[in-house]
Each structure stands twice: as structure tokens, then as C-alpha cells.
Design a protein around this ligand. Structure first.
Ligand code: UTP
Length: 296
């Protein structure tokens, strides 16, 4: 349990969100709602369900609304209580108390590796989790299965080695992800021998993609600082992970869970429908709406 209570999570949320323009001109992508809560709320819930309390939020100027959302609002809580809306007041209070957000500014969107590197002084010399701010992994349909990050923490504790969460993707999709391959260690887990960022179909070492969950040794900060900017001047996290894999070792674990790329419009709509249909108060009205649109 020692690891669980102490481990911090880094959530990079300082990107430009160009796939979601024009709204991301003024609203952080991570604050776009899935039903009635921002997508980053679901990601922070996953960290909390994994036993993590301290969240290092990598953010950018103009994206302050993310940290405001996770800060307590006593005035709103009081007003809700006074107007008899106790349940709402409790829910709002819970959001503000659920975790400890430590904001760190990334002064320019210089890539995911650079974003993670910004957490160095807060993380220090401890193994930490990384959860991308726009990738949702839903384990609700799998009763008894822990949150994705918890699944990775369990592997880390057993093997004492850094680990990335992976999922198998169709061959035509390898071009969108970091792709890894290597020899099997145990059921659903293999040792990373090859790792390529967004390979062409013919150069892909396999079909196991990294969607955005990692448990990494702090030595990664040294590799990030040594990584030269690649495509678009960005410091790729994958390049630093490659160094980690070659020197200290890196595992890949095929997690159980449904992943939604909510930074992409179709992934976002998919998540909205899934989570909407799961809400008892919305389900039948939403089904009626879908039937109506399918008829048109
Ligand atoms: P993405 O590539 O999905 O985010 O990075 P993006 O750059 O905001 O989006 P597009 O591709 O332009 O639409 C994954 C996560 O890493 C963060 C993003 O905020 C996102 O949550 N990120 C990315 C940073 O924090 N800093 C960066 O320099 C790049």
C-alpha cells in the first residue's frame, strides 16, 4: 500500500487542442463537458479510484478554469444549502475536496515530453503516474476490474519496473499512436523492446498502442532533458520512454477497459452517448432522441 498512498499523478493539460477548434480558442479542451462534467473530471476520478490524491496538473496561461473547477467554492455551497439543494451542495463540495491539485505552468506547448518534464521539481525522486487529460478509460462495464491506472500500479508493484498501458488497435490506426512490441512476461504483459511514435503501417513493430496511461521511474526526467525536439519542434515523450525501455526496462500491460479519445470529435461523441445512456434520468429520453434522428 506504500506506493498507492504516496504516488502522485501528472496530468498534462496544456496542449492547444487544435482538433477541437474553434471552441479551444477560449475553452480548454479538457473542460469540454461529457454530459455535465468536464472530461478531465473523469480522468481525475480514475486517479482517485487508483488511490492517488496529489495531482500535478500541467496547464497553460488561459487555462485557469481547470484548477478553479477543482477548488472549493464556499459561496456556491452556502447558496445551494440555503435554497434546499443539499445534494448539489454535497456534490460541489466533494469535487473541491476530492484531490489536491498542484498546478504547474508549461509556458509553451513544446510537446508531451516537455509537459511531463515540467513536473520534475514537484515529483522529485519518486515513481509517478501519467494520465493524459483527454483520454478516458472506462472500466464501469467490467465489474470487479479496478481503474486503469490501478491496474498499472498493481503491475508496477509486482514487477518493480515502469509500465505503460496498451491496447490492440486495427492496423490502419497504428499511424495515430506510439506503438510498442516485445516478448511476453506474463498474461497481458510484455517487455518493451521496440517503441515507435506514429509509425507508418509498414514500419509498425506491432499493433499495441499507448493511449495515455503510464507509471514511470523518475529517471525519465533525465531522458526528457536529453531528448532533442522532433517533429514540429516538440519533445516527444515516446523518445524518452525508449531510453527508459533500453536502460532501466519498461513493461507494457494490456489493460481492461474501454478507451475514448475525447480529444477527437467522434471519440467525444461516442463517450457522450455512452455516459448519457448510463444516466438513469437521461437514458429513455436519449434513446427516443436517437430513434428520432435515425428515422430522419
Ligand atoms: P494531444 O496531442 O492530444 O493534445 O496531447 P493537443 O496538442 O492539445 O491536441 P491537438 O492534437 O492539437 O488537438 C495529449 C495531452 O497532452 C497535453 C494535451 O493538453 C493533452 O491533454 N499536452 C500536449 C500538453 O500538456 N502539452 C503539450 O505541449 C502537448
Amino acid at each position: 500500500m506504500g506506493y498507492l498512498s504516496n504516488m502522485k499523478a501528472v496530468i498534462p493539460a496544456a496542449g492547444l487542442g487544435t482538433r477541437f477548434l474553434p471552441i479551444t480558442k477560449s475553452i480548454p479542451k479538457e473542460m469540454i463537458p461529457i454530459i455535465d462534467r468536464p472530461m478531465i473530471h473523469y480522468i481525475i476520478d480514475e486517479a482517485i479510484q487508483s488511490g492517488i490524491h496529489d495531482i500535478v496538473l500541467i496547464t497553460a496561461h488561459g487555462k485557469e478554469s481547470i484548477q478553479h473547477y477543482f477548488t472549493r467554492s464556499h459561496e456556491l455551497e452556502d447558496r445551494l444549502m440555503k435554497s434546499g439543494k443539499e445534494e448539489w451542495a454535497k456534490d460541489i463540495k466533494r469535487i473541491g475536496e476530492s484531490c489536491n491539485i498542484i498546478p504547474v505552468i508549461q509556458d509553451q506547448p513544446a510537446g508531451l515530453g516537455h509537459a511531463v518534464g515540467c513536473a520534475r521539481s514537484v515529483i522529485g525522486d519518486e515513481t509517478f503516474a501519467v494520465l493524459l487529460g483527454d483520454d478516458m478509460i472506462d472500466t464501469t462495464p467490467y465489474p470487479g476490474v479496478p481503474a486503469c491506472t490501478k491496474q498499472l500500479i498493481d503491475i508496477y508493484e509486482k514487477q518493480n519496473m515502469s509500465v505503460v498501458g496498451v491496447m490492440e488497435v486495427p492496423l490502419q490506426d497504428v499511424v495515430k499512436y506510439g506503438i510498442v512490441s516485445g516478448p511476453t512476461v506474463s498474461d497481458r504483459t510484455f517487455k518493451v523492446q521496440s517503441i515507435v511514435e506514429k509509425p507508418s503501417i509498414k514500419d509498425a513493430p506491432g499493433r499495441h498502442a499507448i493511449p495515455g496511461r503510464y507509471i514511470v521511474d523518475p529517471i525519465i526526467f533525465k531522458y526528457i532533458s536529453e531528448t532533442k525536439p522532433g517533429k514540429n519542434g516538440e519533445i516527444q515523450f515516446t523518445d524518452s520512454l525508449f531510453q527508459l525501455a533500453m536502460n532501466q526496462g519498461l513493461l507494457a500491460h494490456e489493460f481492461i477497459g474501454d478507451r475514448y479519445d475525447t480529444g477527437d470529435r467522434i471519440g467525444y461523441l461516442d463517450a457522450t452517448l455512452t455516459f448519457g445512456l448510463r444516466r438513469p434520468e437521461l437514458k429513455s429520453a436519449l434513446i427516443e432522441l436517437m430513434k428520432k434522428h435515425l428515422k430522419d
